[in-house]
Write a protein that binds this ligand. Structure first.
Ligand SMILES: Cc1cn([C@H]2C[C@H](O)[C@@H](COP(=O)(O)OP(=O)(O)OP(=O)(O)O)O2)c(=O)[nH]c1=O
Length: 625
């Protein structure tokens, strides 16, 4: 596929989309790009009057969104990305810039201005290439571009517009409409790139990538036939997979040499209908309309294999061996992990393909990410959390069809015993399991604690109580950041008796206390700020009601608050991590920001705000008034 070389140039790189827009995530996922989503905290409040043209405003906003994320990630946990992509979409009508409506009246006003007229949609896109220098300074190269699409609205009646506004669709969209959904019914014609209106000009983005990664040679420019994505000449840098697929398509009369072969394959695919597949014809295979399997389906077909490769490599301690010895051959590794050479080679090569290991001249080494996160003893290791996923979640998901049919969690089937609480009965049933469960939760929380602690300014709360706070990893970050705060970690006795194994050395823990108890049954300790991390989504309605009522009763109006750490679903409920997690069919459920708001308002928390952190968990702060 002609697009593949462009997108696959980003494979193995840490690509970050600095956007909370689910549409942008979909567009890029659908073409097979692998990326992390870290929504930008840049406030879209640039003074529009200083920009000579509206697109300059969109470009600058997109750039600032991307730069903010690049800098923030660089500063935290050595997580410097390779590439950050930012975007900003605006609607312009007669010089006025329309962004997202602030309320329903504003949405109605925007839409009635657009009614019967043609307007422009501009998306500015910024691609920031990051480079961490030896002295840990961040060097960035910024590439940006914008795309304009003209959209003409039909004449729309007041009633129709209000009905549309009440659908809720306009609120998170520039100009107050979504052309890809109900809003498509308002549109008479579109001139230009449709995806640009939806928030991401994919075609122009690919051109820009090609420009960045394949600056065209003189001959190439002369040979460009395709008027869309620039012709790709420099093929020798592409992955083996691509080379293989080109070789397979080699025509008998094509001269030897990989460059020639690849060019043939590319031209053939790029030309839509005009160039016959000579290889197929010479083999006597009639040419047919060739349907390409969408990249997301291909990824999903293989997704479980990739996850299991990571789990197996962790379980066999491959990353630990490579951390200790650095560069090893497959023979040495197979001996150390006590596995067959054949199996080890296959596992190692799969890890290389997944970007977990590096390989040069048959010698394997850890990537920086593997050294940081996948070894079992690193400060930010999630090794035990990966093992928990392998040992406890994987079996649940192998029963997914049954879980869907029955609408119930499959843990009983999996552990073959009746259980009211997976946590208590399986993870805490013996000392070893207890420790590995706590290590898993500790590693997971360590990665995300700082983002939870800093999602809001919590300096006005002098005492906090982390209900179900396990090893106290969030407490450690809280007391470090808020120098006046004392934190009480409240958890089951079986957990509290083991917390001593998880306390960091050389760290003042005098403001952290640990209290044994069951938050559903026992009296809650007094605190200004109660915290529930990964608790709410797991509790059935009845228990949740009981717990929230207890917390609400313990809170002083105007003084106390509740902080939740959860994956917050987007309003359209399309965020894959939360939706996939909910398939484990625990008795609780995943919620969007507005669902958390209405839930917590029932318990007297009138001010409820949430923040997407871009990390494993998001934060919700609810203040009782
Ligand atoms: C006009 C139009 C806009 N939109 C969306 C695209 C963008 O998501 C949004 C414009 O707001 P943006 O500020 O560009 O993006 P965002 O707030 O959704 O995400 P972030 O700032 O985190 O990147 O409007 C549609 O989905 N359909 C449409 O037809």
């Amino acid at each position: 596929m002609l697009l593949n070389p462009v997108i696959s140039k980003l494979a193995g790189k840490r690509v970050v989309l600095a956007s909370a827009s689910p549409r942008r995530q979909d567009i890029l996922t659908n073409v097979g790009l692998r990326f992390e989503v870290v929504p930008s905290w840049f406030k879209e409040t640039l003074d529009k009057s200083v920009f000579a043209a509206p697109y300059e405003y969109a470009l600058e906003t997109a750039k600032q969104k991307a730069l903010e994320v690049a800098r923030r990630m660089h500063m935290k946990h050595l997580k410097t990305p390779d590439i950050v992509i930012g975007a900003d979409t605006i609607v312009t009508l007669e010089e006025a810039i329309l962004e997202k409506p602030v309320d329903k009246q504003d949405a109605y006003n925007m839409l009635s201005r657009l009614s019967g007229k043609e307007h422009s949609v501009f998306t500015g896109v910024s691609i920031v290439l990051c480079n961490r220098q030896k002295d840990n300074q961040l060097e960035m190269d910024v590439f940006d571009f914008y795309e304009e699409t003209k959209v003409k609205f039909a004449d729309l009646s007041e009633d129709l517009l209000w009905e549309y506004v009440h659908s809720g669709e306009p609120m998170d969209k520039a100009g107050g409409y979504g052309i890809q959904s109900l809003g498509g019914m308002l549109v008479e014609s579109v001139h230009g790139d449709f995806l640009n209106v939806v928030g991401f000009p994919l075609n122009h983005f690919c051109k820009k990538l090609a420009e960045i990664y394949y600056p065209p040679s003189k001959q190439t420019i002369n040979r460009i036939k395709h008027d869309s994505i620039p012709y790709v000449e420099t093929f020798e840098n592409l992955s083996d997979v691509e080379k293989d697929c080109c070789v397979k398509r080699e025509a008998p009369d094509v001269k030897k040499g990989s460059q020639e072969k690849c060019n043939y394959a590319l031209r053939n695919k790029s030309s839509n209908v005009t160039v016959p597949d000579t290889a197929a014809l010479q083999n006597g295979i009639p040419e047919t309309n060739h349907l390409q399997l969408p990249a997301n389906i291909i990824h999903l077909l293989d997704g479980f294999k990739a996850s299991k490769t990571l789990f197996a490599a962790c379980k066999l301690k491959v990353f630990d061996e490579l951390k200790e010895k650095r560069d090893l051959k497959a023979e040495d590794i197979s001996e150390k992990i006590n596995a067959s050479l054949r199996g080890t080679e296959k596992l190692l090569d799969a890890c290389v393909a997944l970007g977990l290991l590096e390989k040069t001249h048959q010698v394997y080494s850890n990537t920086e990410a593997a050294n940081t996160f996948l070894v079992s003893d690193g400060e930010f290791s999630i090794h035990e959390y990966i093992m928990h996923t392998n040992d406890n979640l994987w079996p649940l998901f192998t029963n997914l069809e049954l879980a869907v049919k029955e609408g119930t969690c499959q843990k009983q089937r999996v552990i073959e015993k009746h259980s009211h609480s997976l946590v208590q009965d399986t993870h805490l049933c013996n000392q070893d399991k207890k420790k590995s469960f706590m290590t898993a939760m500790h590693g997971m929380m360590k990665i995300t604690a700082k983002d939870i602690a800093t999602a809001f300014d919590l300096s006005e709360y002098s005492s906090a109580c982390d209900l179900g706070g396990c090893t106290g990893s969030l407490a450690h970050d809280l007391v470090q950041i808020y120098t006046n705060m004392k934190v009480n970690v409240f958890d089951l006795p079986g957990v509290i008796e083991n917390v001593c194994h998880f306390q960091p050395e050389h760290f003042d823990t005098s403001r952290i206390t640990f209290t044994s108890g069951n938050f559903l049954e026992d009296q809650l300790p007094e605190a200004d700020l109660y915290i529930l991390s990964r608790v709410v989504h797991d509790l059935p309605d009845e228990k949740l009601d009981h717990l929230l009522q207890k917390i609400s009763n313990a809170c002083y109006p105007g003084k106390s608050a509740l902080l939740l750490a959860e994956i917050v679903l987007d309003e359209e409920k399309r965020e894959p991590r939360a939706l996939l997690q909910s398939l484990s069919m625990s008795e609780g459920k995943q919620r969007s920001g507005s669902e958390y708001r209405s839930l917590l308002q029932n318990y007297g928390f009138t001010s409820v705000v949430f923040r997407k952190t871009g990390n494993l968990l998001d934060a919700v702060l609810a203040v009782k008034s």
